[in-house]
Ligand binder design. Structure first.
Ligand code: MN
Length: 236
């Protein structure tokens, strides 16, 4: 069976998707982009030059873990970090989108975690290799239910928190973002064509730290929503 009329030689892989809160419906995910270095205090805690601009990297859409899910502690790392981030979901796209037109492309927003094998990311960075092994691993993109912009507007400020076992680890605000959401969409659309189904994790505030099996992680973005995941034992 297929959904597009073609006959495939193996079963079609499942479509990555995120629930839309309160609707019983899903947002299908095409691509998953992330912004690196979008909050000054996080750049400082990573020991980097705050004058260098943000940049983009990607994760595979099948790395998404839903609200309430469990993330098996990943292989190869001894230092998996949490990074709570505002997620932007696009209902349309294009190339060379202006900042003035960018908000028209937005379907809605959610709360995500850019899970990072920090030891592997830094090892790759130091020898100028790609970041995939540190960033784009299985289960590396927990994402809470989306809420439509038609319902919540376009949040430019609002507290961003992440707690581990009830203790606050990250506590920032959307108004601390270096590139604001319209600017992120505009800049990314200069590099690639954006389209309906694309989602963007917009960078993390400071307070990133290691998380281990058994941790209960709770994230909240004021005016947007919440996300809870548990870190589980490594897969056998
Ligand atoms: Mn991040």
């Amino acid at each position: 069976m297929s959904t597009d009329g073609k006959t495939y030689v193996i079963p079609q892989p499942p479509q990555a998707a995120i629930p839309v809160a309160g609707t019983g419906k899903y947002f299908p995910v095409r691509r998953l982009w992330c912004v690196g270095r979008n909050y000054v205090e996080h750049i400082k805690e990573m020991g980097q030059d705050v004058r260098e601009p943000p940049f983009f990297f990607a994760k595979p859409p099948d790395a998404i873990v839903p609200d309430g899910g469990t993330v098996p502690y990943p292989s190869l790392t001894k230092d998996m970090h949490h990074e709570v981030e505002l997620v932007v979901a696009l209902k349309s796209g294009g190339r060379k989108i202006t900042t003035q037109k960018a908000s028209d492309c937005i379907y809605g927003y959610g709360v995500g975690i850019d899970l990072t094998r920090r030891d592997l990311q830094i090892a790759s960075r130091d020898i100028k290799r790609p970041w995939e092994i540190g960033k784009a691993f299985d289960h590396s993109a927990p994402c809470g239910s989306l809420r439509p912009a038609a319902e919540i507007g376009h949040p430019a400020k609002g507290r961003v928190t992440l707690k581990v076992n009830g203790k606050v680890r990250q506590d920032g605000n959307l108004d601390q973002m270096i590139w604001k959401v319209p600017e992120i969409i505009s800049k990314l659309s200069e590099m690639v064509e954006l389209a309906a189904g694309d989602i963007i994790m917009t960078g993390t505030p400071s307070g990133v730290a290691a998380t281990v099996a058994g941790d209960r992680i709770e994230c909240e973005i004021e005016g947007v929503g919440a996300l809870r995941v548990t870190i589980g034992e490594p897969l056998k």
